[in-house]
Design a protein around this ligand. Structure first.
Ligand SMILES: Cc1ncc(COP(=O)(O)O)c(C=O)c1O
Length: 376
């Protein structure tokens, strides 16, 4: 059997829908920021439960747009060290400095205790990343800290389309949410991003910033230094199809995760991360910790070479604060060289992510579990 790292299941009717939509776009003469982007935005805002959603060309753009809209220049922004570098890069590009916090191994997300310790006088915002689709059960503590210290809370929900906590959706839990539609993500439109918010001033600034800092698309007047962060109509057509399939996509991911939960019981050598019952994960990743004596690289190589199973990338294998770019540009990071991140070190070294995508069959799931058992 061959279990690839990723399958993106577009059915024949999905492909027909997308092809028809693209034909309409081509005939319309409006290839960017038209009616399809507006429809995608409306569907996404309804899905997340926010007043506004702004479609952009990547998840990195939507992070940076929010940070620019609240102006983090000469400020610091707190980011968990266990995230994709784009979370931190967006802060630097928006003119801010990054403060990294440690995470918690139980949920891989930001530690509220370390957040409390790391806040500085110039700190303006916190970015909470829902790693692998898991919303931290300590959300309330983080929200309280932000309220108490008057900090903006941005959710990096690049992994968390459809994740929820006590029925509230990722992207609606702070001042804004940022989503990515890169092909590996829970929903994709090839390339794309979405900023969700209930704040009208953030919404208006985001519209302006994505379009070269122009308050009105029709006129050549620029009141901010914006950028071309626009989303094309063609990408939006794919996004609409994904929104229409959201229930099915999430249902499939949860079906596969539930099957792993059952079938991995009793398997020695690894322990799946347990998702608390008040949290629904998007299952961007199915995450399990390896026992201490296990070697991740060896396990991945053997699964690939001997069983044809490609495990997906970790979330993450290298904490951001160790990235060499911060040595090159030391002024971009506030942390001291002797700051320690023991939980992130554990997370980054010890977990694996099992293959998980819509359409993975019961036979394939059995094969992954049996092969993993043999290798372990
Ligand atoms: C946690 C996180 N934040 C931000 C991004 C950036 O998204 P994009 O690749 O769409 O710019 C990613 C994408 O990989 C991500 O995983």
């Amino acid at each position: 059997m061959n279990i690839p790292i990723l399958r993106i299941p577009f059915t024949d009717s999905d492909i027909q829908f997308i092809t028809d939509g693209i034909q309409d776009v081509l005939k319309s003469g409006q290839l960017a920021i038209g009616k399809n982007v507006a429809e995608f935005e409306q569907k996404f805002a309804d899905f997340v439960g926010t007043e506004y959603a702004v479609g952009v060309n990547s998840g990195t753009s939507s992070l940076e747009i929010f940070l620019r809209s609240i102006d983090v220049k000469v400020s610091s922004v707190v980011v968990p060290t266990n995230t994709f570098m784009a979370t931190a890069t967006a802060v630097v590009h928006a003119g801010g400095k990054v403060i990294f916090t440690d995470v918690m191994r139980e949920n891989l997300c930001m530690s509220p205790d370390d957040l409390q310790d790391k806040i500085q006088n110039d700190t303006k915002a916190v970015i909470l990343v829902h790693i692998g689709g898991i919303i931290t059960p300590h959300l309330k503590a983080i929200q309280d800290i932000c309220e108490d210290k008057d900090l903006y809370l941005l959710e990096d929900a690049a992994h968390a389309h459809g994740s929820s906590i006590e029925g509230k959706m990722a992207g609606s839990l702070g001042d804004a949410g940022s989503f990515s539609f890169y092909p590996t993500k829970v929903m994709t439109c090839g390339e794309g991003g979405m900023l969700t918010t209930n704040d009208e001033s953030v919404y208006k600034k985001a519209l302006m910033l994505r379009d070269h800092g122009k308050p009105d698309h029709r006129y050549n007047q620029h009141t901010e230094f914006g950028y071309n962060w626009r989303l094309s109509e063609i990408h939006a057509v794919v996004g609409i199809q994904q929104m229409d399939s959201a229930d099915w996509i999430l249902g499939e991911r949860r079906r596969v995760a539930k099957a792993y939960d059952e079938k991995l019981k009793g398997l020695s050598g690894l322990s799946p991360v347990e998702i608390p019952s008040n949290i629904k994960s998007s299952y961007y990743k199915y995450i399990a910790y390896l026992d201490d004596e296990m070697n991740r690289d060896e396990i991945k190589t053997r699964l690939q070479d001997e069983y044809g199973i490609t495990l997906t990338g970790e979330v993450y294998s290298d904490p951001c604060h160790t990235q060499s770019v911060f040595t090159k540009y030391p002024d971009t990071m506030v942390n001291k060289p002797d700051d320690k991140f023991p939980e992130a070190d554990y997370v980054c070294e010890k977990h694996i992510c099992l293959p998980l995508y819509p359409g993975l069959t019961d036979d394939e799931i059995d094969y992954v579990v049996e092969s993993l058992g043999e290798v372990l």
